[in-house]
Design a protein around this ligand. Sequence first.
Ligand code: PLP
Length: 496
Amino acid sequence: MRSHGQAAWELLLPSVDAPARQRGRALQEALREAVRSGRLAAGTRLPSTRELAADLGVSRGLVTEAYEQLTAEGYLRSGRGAGTWVGEAARARRTDRAGAGDGRLGPGAGGGAPTLGARAPAPAPAPAGGAVGVRVDFRPGTPDLSLFPRAAWAAAQRAVLTRLSHPALGYPDPRGLPELREALAGMLARRRGVVADPERLVVCSGVAQASTLLGFVLRARGLDAVGIEDPGSPEHGRLFASTGLDTVWLPLDEEGLRPEPLAASGVRAVVVTPSHQFPSGISWSAGRRAALLDWARAVDGYVLEDDYDGDFRYDRAPVGALQGLDPERVVYAGSVSKSLAPGLRLGWTLVPEALLGEVVERKRTMDLGNPVLDQAVLAELVTRGGYDRQLRRCQRAYRERRDALLGALTEHLPGTRVSGIAAGLHVIARVPALFGPSERFLARAAEVGVALRPLEDYGTARPADGDVRLVIGYAHLAPSAVTAGIRLVAEAVGRG
Ligand SMILES: Cc1ncc(COP(=O)(O)O)c(C=O)c1O
């Protein structure tokens, strides 16, 4: 029996775009049609409900319901213990309708699409000369959106709508709802060690908006450039550029920003990711944290601390935020983009007293504040413990996926070294030169449908050795997909 997790994923993906209330039915219809048409052939083993739910980004309950429904209807059958297969009844239909589907996904002659099951057979080679769609995308920075706590969010939303007064639906304080600022300040002080005065906390649309708010304020104060980490997030540069500031790459080493180039750069503001540097994965040393703050005081400058994934640490408690060391020099920014969903566009920034009035005025003129209902719901989640529960749940899932990735790299690409701390949603992997060179490695991976990003995309360095340096995001992928993706790559580069 073969597992066709990815095949099913591709076939069923359009159905999950249906509005929430119709999604279950749409999924069942798509599954039914895939069996009817023969695209999912009799005997095909379906992915587990957990895997498919993760791949599709829907709740597991929806998938379980679809499997149960189609089993009851005879399209599927479930084995004793575990496993769900396309039923024999469907085989008859498929034979009847030979040619209706393209047969690409069936287990019969001609082979199927590569599978993502942990013990799935080796995938068929990519069709000669033809590009394969992306099967496994190791893009960094993406959480698992199927872990979004829909039930808790819905319950909090109901509670909020019941208690919110009519006047509360008017224009909010541009800094955000007081109840949310209170809740976030408490949570951030506790979890991230920041100095969190709710009066200085501004709710905003993610780290991205915190960056542009600060950028506009600094530009208005006469600054013309901001330093960004090299390697770093290209998005930082783009956001600050949109506010009229130039960006200057500042080199990192294994401890953090190097002090001499920083001092020589002439900038008076920098954006940094000290808790889990993006993308290198290091945690800045205490010495470099102190040196950065000394520099900021000496040049009367500011540091934007992007704490984009500081909650996720797998080997020990997360290192506290830099802001706690000097809240008058560090603007702290975070969001729910990694913990809940980036689509919420909900985040926060803690602003030094000297910049607060200007930042709040920018926020007011930009959008008059974030949506009240979402703010109130998040406040409810944070105060009632739902947010902490969500973080614990993600932490467990992401640790498992990271372990799967490290295991797969060791097994399939021996000699690969992973650097950086055990944290966040991505790792840096250095694959030995014998699997390279980098362009060939990436091209071969792409040919079998695995999208990988080279570290060179995130900075100015062009290493002279032939090693392949990769930024690999794993959090949005089921462990089986992580393993299968790396195995596909290894086979494609000739060392399977
Ligand atoms: C390093 C880094 N900072 C900031 C952001 C943007 O975050 P937000 O969604 O909070 O605006 C991202 C997005 O992936 C990121 O990777």
